[in-house]
Design a protein around this ligand. Structure first.
Ligand code: C2E
Ligand code: MG
Ligand code: MG
Length: 533
């Protein structure tokens, strides 16, 4: 009984008793009847009963309200107010229960972790109402795609969880993932237009031999989801190899801080060749980590972790300083080096730093490098995700620095954004298209379309990943003149670059820098100086 209900009950009870007593005293005083005692008793009991009954009714009513508000509070605590699905707290309860149930019945259980692709872009460009509408549509699609016994929850933001229960085999969990991916194939009607919405699904499967609890299964499904996103495979299943990878990632995470103190990062340089003049047009600065026990680590092995733990800005800054200083040193060693640019990759965490513009200005003045020698490479995805950072890029461009879109064609972005990137002067065609451009398939057509678009937008093109003469010839025929790839040179340490041989046209042996000739022989096992071939 709540406080108000008990008060009204007591008030009615004692109120009734009091009124009854007063009435009885009144009767006794004015009508000294022999039945006074009886009347006294009857009237007080009568009023008491009436009062109590009223109190009881008030109490029943208020406990009903109480019950409803408790139920509502419980529902709100375990459900998402936007989609009506279970929220994180509700999911954890359900998942613990489902794990127990699967163990008792010796069944398999699948936890599917979904994250929408490009949700941020839709939310930022179409507005939060459209974003909310999309989340509700996704919730409905998910409910339809799974069985009624499965659990669907919104984990937060654009993350959803499906718990697939009562499965006979682990295989059937994967078919649930496929079913969900199919349900996303249909475009979504959003804010008066049609949008293709896709998702990446990470799957963790458990059976009665497994001892993982709800949090651990969610962690593993989340990690598989990242794998699916990275590889653009739609879905990925968490397995032993993934577990090993995670252990390695954890080690890397622990060693990253010390790597700065011990000065273990090295910057390698890969030439970008102008195949018309046969000169080096630019160097791309590429970071490596000289790990004390694991040897020379490539960016793919540690940049993801650095990004996750928020250290990418620091690494990017180190590369920026190192590469600008190196280019400036080459300027001093060879007059022709002044014509060669330094192309540096910019990470998302650098771009979102409000001091980025100032950092560039200060690095240029500290290193003495000319602004027109600096190129900043930003991937297509990062550009699209930070449309609000375009003004900062315009200001950087006004310093005289050039901007390039890296890995063009691999992002999730829509071509319609390209016209917003008026400050960009170069598109770097990703190596995945160059790799198969001479075989059957769409790659050559994609390259041709990219070239046509770049020309229309007055942008120049750099082709990445040129490994064979045939690729070089095919690209040259299409009018691409700037190329980078193992065919010319692997990335090498700064000391390998001999300014007298590598820069300038007026050298004695021009052929040595020409197409097909590798200025540097980088042998296996000598990775300190260049990437092994
Ligand atoms: P990216 O910027 O697209 O760099 C080109 C990558 O392609 C480099 O890989 C390079 O070694 C590799 N490559 C060059 N020519 C060929 C070729 O002919 N065939 C093949 N298969 N690969 C070729 P790397 O050094 O492993 O770097 C991978 C990515 O890591 C880079 O891709 C870039 O996105 C990122 N990265 C590297 N250094 C930095 C850095 O200092 N800062 C940031 N933010 N990202 C970096
Ligand atoms: Mg790059
Ligand atoms: Mg690239």
């Amino acid at each position: 009984m709540n406080e108000n209900a008990s008060k009204s009950f007591l008030f009615s009870f004692f109120g009734g008793l009091l009124i009854g007593s007063i009435a009885a005293i009144f009767l006794k005083m004015f009508f000294s009847l022999s039945t006074t005692a009886f009347m006294y008793l009857m009237i007080s009991v009568g009023f008491t009963l009436v009062g109590s009954l009223a109190g009881l009714l008030i109490w029943i009513n208020s406990t009903k309200d109480d019950h409803q508000s408790i139920e509502k509070a419980q529902h709100d605590a375990t459900h998402d107010s936007l989609t009506g699905l279970l929220n994180r707290a509700g999911l954890l309860d359900e998942l613990e229960f489902s794990i127990q149930e699967a163990r008792e019945n010796e069944m398999a259980l699948g936890v599917l972790f979904l994250d929408l692709n490009r949700f941020k872009v839709i939310n930022d460009s179409m507005g939060h109402d459209a974003g909310d509408e999309l989340l509700c549509i996704v919730a409905e699609r998910l409910k339809k795609a799974v069985r009624s016994t499965d659990v669907v929850a919104r984990f937060g933001g654009d993350e959803f969880i499906v718990v697939s229960r009562g499965l006979l085999s682990k295989k059937s969990v994967v078919s649930v993932a496929t079913q969900i991916l199919k349900s996303f194939a249909e475009p979504v009607s959003l804010a008066g237009g049609k949008q293709i919405v896709s998702t990446s699904i990470g799957v963790a499967i458990t059976d009665h031999h497994d001892t993982r609890d709800a949090q651990e299964l969610l962690r593993d499904a989340d990690s598989a989801m990242f794998e699916a996103k990275r590889n653009k495979t739609g879905h990925a299943v968490f397995d032993d190899s993934q577990r090993q990878k995670n252990i390695k990632r954890l080690e890397i995470e622990q060693d990253l801080t010390a790597a700065f103190e011990k000065d273990e990062f090295v910057v390698f340089y890969q030439p970008i060749i102008d195949v018309m003049t046969r000169d080096i047009y630019a160097f791309e600065a590429l970071v490596r980590w000289n790990h004390p026990t694991q040897g020379l680590l490539m960016p793919g092995e540690f940049l993801g972790v650095a990004e996750e733990v928020g250290m990418m800005g620091k690494i990017g800054d180190l590369v920026l300083r190192e590469a600008c200083a190196q280019a400036s040193i080459w300027n001093h060693l060879s007059a022709s080096a002044r014509n060669v640019k330094m192309s540096i990759n910019v990470a998302e965490q650098q771009l979102t730093n409000p001091d980025f513009l100032e950092d560039i200005v200060s690095v240029l003045s500290w290193s003495g490098l000319h602004a027109d020698q600096l190129i900043l490479e930003i991937t297509e995805d990062v550009m699209v995700e930070h449309l609000d950072g375009l003004d900062a890029l315009r200001r950087i461009k006004s310093l005289g620095v050039s901007l390039a879109i890296d890995d063009f064609g691999t992002g999730q972005s829509s071509l319609s954004y390209i016209k917003e990137f008026d400050m960009v002067s170069t598109l770097k065609i990703d190596q995945t298209f160059v790799r198969d451009m001479n075989s059957e398939g769409a790659d050559r057509a994609i390259i041709e379309a990219t070239i046509a678009m770049a020309r229309a937008l007055d942008m120049s093109i750099v082709a990445e990943g040129v490994e064979h003469k045939e690729q070089l010839e095919a690209l040259r025929q299409l009018g691409v003149h700037k190329m980078q790839g193992y065919f010319f040179n692997r990335p090498v340490a700064a000391e390998v670059v001999d300014p007298q041989r590598w820069f300038g046209r007026n050298q004695e042996e021009p052929q040595e820098r020409s197409i097909g000739f590798k200025p540097v022989e980088v042998s296996h096992g000598y990775a300190q100086r260049g990437d092994a071939s």
